[in-house]
Ligand binder design. Structure first.
Ligand code: PLP
Length: 400
């Protein structure tokens, strides 16, 4: 009989995908939907980056490149790590891939055997747990207190480490909570890891540029003695509004980068040559526009928080320090009834109700391993954001 592999049986489809699909269907049917579900900026890729890609195409940069990225791109990545993170990586310690997603996936595939564990912190980005499962490993989920900003503490980390632990996956700024670890907090985690030399650290820094309060620090920057077992992951998707271009990169120990390159060479080969030209222009080019973007996003964050305050206590929110998401506690809506008579018994029910009867797409916290919450991505126009938040408040007030 035709069948799927056992490997796939353990993998859950993305809950973010399901909501996006319903929203798309509603739009196709002519029903107005404002989406707060997409994890991307609504800004255009800056003109100088677009132009670099156009020039690249016209200059013939349209062929296979080195698997792990061109010399030009690797040099730009090395300069970025040095400039922004005080991290020195040689060429053989750098890889460029088709999105940070490919790096995460290949790193887990390259290092995890059946029974190995990867620690992640809830709420966590949806793909971490499923990637670990695809690699035959076991996701170990730590759920810190919401009152400590959803952040992992040294105690919780120490309790979670077992002889099977292979990875600690850290994501600061965090999607979806928006929390940001200070350098001191990272150092405190490093102090625990020093007792467990076989545990690797995945530092997913993809939201590095989107910080409003506090200062970003990369893990290996905060704890330099951890550098030889840290994979520092970043990309151009979130920083430069380049999600569709698909370019992520990482710095790490040679043996690991070599393994990633081996996997990549036998699967997808180099990331798009044209995208590499654009990414090098993004990393080497002017960075000042990021200040404008941050300022605009901060206005939106505060606009959304201001409007959603009216939905309290049905929705309760903290002010996130970074990234472009709000993670709203919706526990007070559980057990309430919609005007249509349906009982809200989970955050999935609430998200479905907000979509079908409020015209707003959000992602249920269940997808991120911490319920009952909803995640609202606020990187959309002020007008749409205002309307969406008002519709959410109105829909919440219709619950009885
Ligand atoms: N890591 C986190 C925390 C993300 O939110 C995302 C995208 O949503 C990624 C990684 C993947 O980014 P990329 O577009 O580089 O694959």
């Amino acid at each position: 009989d035709v069948r799927l592999s056992r490997r796939l049986a353990s993998v859950r489809p993305s809950a973010t995908g399901a909501i996006t699909d319903t929203a798309r269907r509603m739009k196709a049917e002519g029903k107005p939907v404002i989406s707060l579900s997409a994890g991307e900026l609504d800004f255009d890729t800056p003109a100088h980056i677009q132009q670099a890609a156009i020039d690249g195409i016209q200059n013939g940069q349209t062929r296979y490149t080195n698997v792990g990225g061109t010399q030009q791109l690797k040099a730009a990545i090395a300069r970025k790590f040095q400039r922004d993170n005080d991290l020195h990586y040689a060429d053989a310690e750098i890889i460029a891939s088709t999105g940070a997603k490919q790096i995460l996936f290949n790193a887990l595939l390259a290092t995890i055997d059946a029974g190995d564990e990867a620690i992640m912190v809830a709420p966590y980005w949806v793909s971490y747990s499923e990637m670990v499962r695809i690699a035959d490993g076991e996701p170990i989920v730590i759920t810190p207190d919401a009152t400590s900003g959803f952040k992992l503490t040294p105690d919780l980390l120490a309790q979670a480490i077992t002889p099977n632990t292979r990875w600690l996956i850290l994501n600061s700024p965090c999607n979806p909570s928006g929390s940001l670890y200070s350098a001191d907090e990272l150092r405190a985690l490093a102090a625990v890891l020093r007792h467990h030399p076989r545990v690797l650290v995945m530092a997913d820094d993809i939201y590095e540029e989107i910080v409003f309060d506090g200062e970003f620090a990369s893990f290996a920057q905060a704890a330099p003695d951890m550098k030889d077992r840290t994979l520092t992951i970043n990309g151009v998707s979130k920083a430069y509004a380049m999600t569709g271009w698909r370019l992520g990169y990482a710095g790490g120990p040679r043996w690991l980068i070599g393994a990633l390159e081996l996997l990549q060479s036998q699967s997808t080969s180099n990331p798009s040559s044209v995208t590499q030209v654009a990414a090098a222009a993004a990393l080497d080019g002017p960075q000042e526009f990021l200040d404008t973007w941050r300022a605009r996003l901060r206005v939106r964050r505060d606009l959304a928080l201001g409007i959603l305050a009216d939905a309290a206590p049905l929705l309760t929110l903290q002010t996130p320090a970074a990234a472009f998401y709000l993670y709203a506690d919706c526990s007070a809506t559980l057990g309430m009834k919609t005007p249509q008579g349906a009982v809200i018994s989970s955050d999935i029910d609430l998200a479905t109700y907000l979509l079908e009867h409020g015209g707003v797409a959000v992602v249920p916290g269940t997808a991120f391993g911490l319920a009952p919450y909803i995640r609202l991505a606020y990187a959309l126009s002020d007008t749409d954001l205002k309307a969406a938040c008002e519709q959410i408040v109105a829909a919440c007030k219709r619950l009885v």
